[in-house]
Design a protein around this ligand. Structure first.
Ligand code: PHB
Length: 391
């Protein structure tokens, strides 16, 4: 028997033939705890991809293995990545909601011969951490730059920035300040908030005292973003006429029912709105809503995951199912397609996704449902953060 198996294996190798195999994809994300809804959206996006495309690429069957890292926890992420590569035998790593979790796993990729497809984490530098990283989400440089222009054009000249004190927050602060000051505005104060707080009331007084006409903010989507927008409303900033500008993380669709009328009118910039009007998005939303169960829970991590699975399917196609990270990554450099979010391309140099960034405003439709209404498009945005890092 042993001899027979060896012979069959040798024949398969000799002929270079693709033989049917199960290809495992390890997905790390927050599937429990305060950010569980974000991880649930990863899963919904992945399930929607399989519902539309099937889970076979050629003769190979794709199987997803999930690992739960509830909050930013680099040590835990690294341990799971190691376990997935060595014990579970995954050919691909994917997911990664939080930047520190992606950064911690990146050093394992080359030796493990494994590509990483980042489905959310948004700090520019992640793609530079390993040549095996490809990203299908966004960067905060990419999303924060256009809203600075919008704020200036709407009349703000003195602004304050408030960001979570870690990678994507610091990038968002730098991006906003760079773009706003280029337009002739001035950032009068920049506040960095601890990642693990949901108490923003004390900061709202500082915003009032700063003399800023408007604020810009970034926090990771989940309980902190909902709490921040509530604090903005409840502490009289809106009534004081201090305008609110943010990246779309602050008004994710799943938070809108809780914000209710207080959310209406908030302007944010982002790569994806569930309401995006296109045939590709209609098909995606139908499949993703079915996968998630409760349509009101659908949010942006689902589209990063859906497109991430598309990229992985192209990698499997190019490698004919064999484990070959360099060939897999090379195959998707320059890959262009129509995502549910609009036209996209994996930039061949950076391995980050080039895409439209939309200005959206929270609105209420005739049925009373709150949504992000796209009102302006900034086309084909690359990542200004990578260009800034080179200077
Ligand atoms: C990140 O940690 O990179 C991150 C998390 C949540 C977001 C955006 C970025 O909404």
């Amino acid at each position: 028997m042993r001899k027979l198996l060896t012979t069959v294996f040798a024949l398969a190798v000799m002929s270079g033939a693709a033989y049917a195999d199960t290809i495992k994809v390890g997905v790390i994300g927050p599937f429990s705890g305060p950010f569980a809804l974000q991880g649930k959206n990863f899963k919904a996006g992945i399930d929607a991809f399989f519902a539309i495309n099937g889970n076979k690429v050629g003769d190979n069957q794709i199987e997803v293995v999930y690992r739960d890292v509830p909050t930013a926890d680099p040590a835990k992420s690294k341990a799971f990545a190691q376990e997935l590569i060595v014990k579970e035998g995954v050919q691909y790593l994917a997911g990664f909601y939080f930047t520190p979790d992606a950064m911690a796993a990146a050093p394992l990729l080359q030796q493990g011969n494994v590509p990483m497809v980042v489905m959310n984490a948004a700090t520019s530098a992640i793609v530079s951490a390993s040549p095996n990283v490809v990203r299908t989400s966004f960067t905060t440089w990419q999303t924060a730059t256009p809203i600075a222009k919008v704020a200036k054009e709407a009349g703000a000249s003195k602004m304050i920035t408030l960001v979570s004190d870690y990678g994507p927050g610091i990038d968002a602060e730098n991006a906003f300040k760079t773009a706003f000051e280029k337009e002739g505005g001035k950032v009068v104060e920049s506040i960095r908030m601890p990642l693990n707080t949901n108490d923003f009331a004390p900061l709202m007084q500082r915003v009032k005292d700063s003399g800023a006409e408007a604020l810009f903010t970034f926090l990771p989507s989940g309980p902190p973003t909902l709490a921040f927008v509530k604090a903005y409303n409840d502490n009289g900033l809106k009534t004081a006429g201090i305008k609110f500008y943010a990246t779309g993380d602050l008004t994710q669709e799943s938070d809108l029912p809780a914000l209710a009328d207080a959310g209406v009118g908030l302007q944010t910039s982002f790569h994806y709105a569930v309401s995006h009007d296109s045939p590709e998005n209609k098909a995606f939303v139908a499949a993703a809503e079915k996968a998630i169960g409760n349509p009101a829970e659908l949010s942006f991590p689902a589209v990063g995951a859906f497109d991430g699975m598309y990229v992985i399917s192209k990698m499997v196609e190019a490698t004919k199912g064999k484990q070959d990270a360099a060939t897999a990554v090379a195959a998707v450099k320059g890959l262009a397609w129509t995502s549910p979010r609009g036209p996209v391309v994996i930039d061949a140099e950076s391995r980050h996704i080039t895409q439209n960034i939309y200005l959206r405003e929270v609105a209420k439709d005739a049925s009373g449902k709150y949504y992000n209404k796209e009102i302006r498009t900034f086309e084909k945005q690359g990542d200004p953060g990578l260009a800034a890092a080179k200077k």
